[in-house]
Design a protein around this ligand. Structure first.
Ligand SMILES: [Zn+2]
Length: 286
């Protein structure tokens, strides 16, 4: 997708299988199965959708998936497969080497969004930055919560995903809404976590938003009351979505959803029944 002098590509960093209780929480199965039919083990597919943004001066990656350091047990728990290859494969297909990335934006520090920040060196044990020349950014609020986890959040906040970046000086903490490049903003969109960020891109009056986990799937954006069980502040998620629905309608924005396998990208509009619906936009994976 092109936006003036900006190119945006969706990159598929893997396909996981999650218990439907994760993405759909309190939503009855009879309702969510119209969108995602769970299998015999109650699993639904969740893809790891990352974003590549190329500006005249920057090569930007938004989120990095689960990464390449997973052991066999984690691999099995996530049920991960790579129908489109890895994040690096996707970047390679559009001619982008990891060394060329100038900025990595972590919307938040859950393992399925920043696991690819780092990787093992050739020795198989030393952890190094996966994007050696990039600056990495994340909200300070998120880093604070990630480094002070509790019994519920501990399993997804894995220090190996960011520790080395502090040592190399590549990590920059953000304090609130921040312009990250011309027309590209990281905006706090709280609820999923307190420091969770959405990313907006604006050029020539066109607007795009990577809404990240305020709406893991397109249907979460349509229905204010549908939210994931992973959210730490669900009532905040609801109000965040209310505000972003209004923003999306006002700007006729293209929205990108981080885990949707069927409608990763679309626009919000009223359907014939006067209900808000995400109208999908066809976009091939990089
Ligand atoms: Zn998350």
């Amino acid at each position: 997708m092109r936006l003036g002098d900006i190119t945006i590509r969706l990159i598929h960093a893997g396909l996981t299988q999650a218990d439907a209780g994760g993405p759909f929480g309190l939503v009855p199965r009879a309702l969510f199965r119209r969108y995602f039919e769970p299998d015999a083990d109650n699993l639904v597919p969740m893809s790891l959708n990352c974003l590549y943004i190329q500006t005249p001066t920057q090569k930007i990656l938004v989120d990095t998936g689960l990464g390449k350091r997973l052991d066999d047990k984690s691999r099995a728990n996530w049920g991960i497969t790579y129908p489109y290859g890895t994040l690096e494969d996707g970047l390679a297909r559009i001619g982008v080497l990891p060394e060329a990335i100038t900025l990595v934006i972590n919307t938040h520090l859950h393992a399925d969004h920043c696991g690819g920040n780092t990787m093992f060196d050739d020795d198989g044990t030393t952890i190094i930055p996966a994007f050696p020349n990039a600056e990495y950014v994340v909200q300070a609020r998120e880093m604070l919560d990630a480094t002070h986890p509790n019994e519920r959040t501990r399993s997804t906040y894995i220090p190996q995903n960011w520790d080395v970046l502090r040592q190399t000086g590549q990590l920059r903490l953000l304090y609130g809404d921040t312009q990250l490049a011309e027309g590209i903003w990281g905006v706090i969109a709280p609820g999923h976590t307190r420091g969770h960020m959405a990313i907006t891109i604006e050029r020539d009056g066109q607007h795009v938003a990577f809404v990240c986990d305020m709406a893991s799937f397109a249907v979460h954006f349509e229905k204010l009351s549908w939210m994931t069980s992973y959210d730490t502040e669900p009532m905040l998620t609801l109000e965040t979505k209310r505000a972003w629905q209004a923003w999306a309608l006002a700007h006729d924005a293209v929205l990108i959803f981080p885990h949707d396998t069927k409608r990763p990208m679309g626009k919000l509009a009223y359907n014939a029944k006067h209900q808000l619906e995400i109208m999908p936009i066809d976009e091939t994976w990089a």
